[in-house]
Write a protein that binds this ligand. Sequence first.
Ligand SMILES: C[S@@+](CC[C@H](N)C(=O)[O-])C[C@H]1O[C@@H](n2cnc3c(N)ncnc32)[C@H](O)[C@@H]1O
Length: 272
Amino acid sequence: MTDPHPSSAFHAPNADPATTEWLVTVLDVQAANPGVRRLREWAHAHLAARPGERALDIGSGTGSETQVLAAAVGPDGIATGLEPNHGLRAVAERRAAEAGSPARFVDGDAFALPLPDGEVDVVRCERVLQHLTDPAKAIAEMARVVRPGGRVALLDTDWATFLLHPASPEIRSALAAIAQAPAATPDAGRRLTGWLSAAGLTVDHVGADVLLHEPGSVPWPLVRGLTTSAVARELITEEQRDDLYAELTTAAEQYAFHLSVTMFAAIAHRPL
Ligand SMILES: C[S@@+](CC[C@H](N)C(=O)[O-])C[C@H]1O[C@@H](n2cnc3c(N)ncnc32)[C@H](O)[C@@H]1O
């Protein structure tokens, strides 16, 4: 039987505190990225959660977007973040409390949403599907819990769009292979509309933006993570890694460094 669960650190529901801290750092860096912010705003605008509605954020991470939904649905609505990683859920709960947000967070699994049919008005799910081995099954669950006329927003990365410059073709393909390794479904981004349609939902809007890093500084935690894995899997040698570091450092000094990956989004509704 295929394991329907994701394979990366983002799957570990009982992640140790150090792993959770690292996940939070990664999510916070991404949340601050202009491309991520633009795509999130675009998706919220089209999802258009209204006062009094019931909103569900699946795989809510640090809960920042559940808080946005909570503000949109107001005191007469309910915004719930569903998050199986208890460490991330605790961070989300703490941050919501500190911000005075009524966003609430629950344990749960995208493959078996703890909700009756047609229970929610809006669902959003960002960068979770890439970590699942059976995303279509999770989307069928979303289609089940959203009411007729309700809306669904999916946002996800497509790792085939990973670009790093400067790097030799050999290093580039080794790192691209590694960049895809943590994701069970690395091409989730290009498949969003097909999955939504197959689940009986009508796609209304598609969008995209790029998670683009600054050209003047190398994001070392990310680059070190990728290269360490590439060396461990003997895709590149330690010498190649050190040459790459030197090349990237020089490029950044010259404002010539490039690292990016494209994110896609799709907004759909359940027909009446
Ligand atoms: C890359 S993070 C994205 C978090 C947040 N949506 C964001 O965009 O910042 C992936 C999230 O999916 C959650 N996740 C992984 N497997 C899941 C599952 N089976 N059901 C629900 N959430 C899951 C992880 O715990 C993590 O919070």
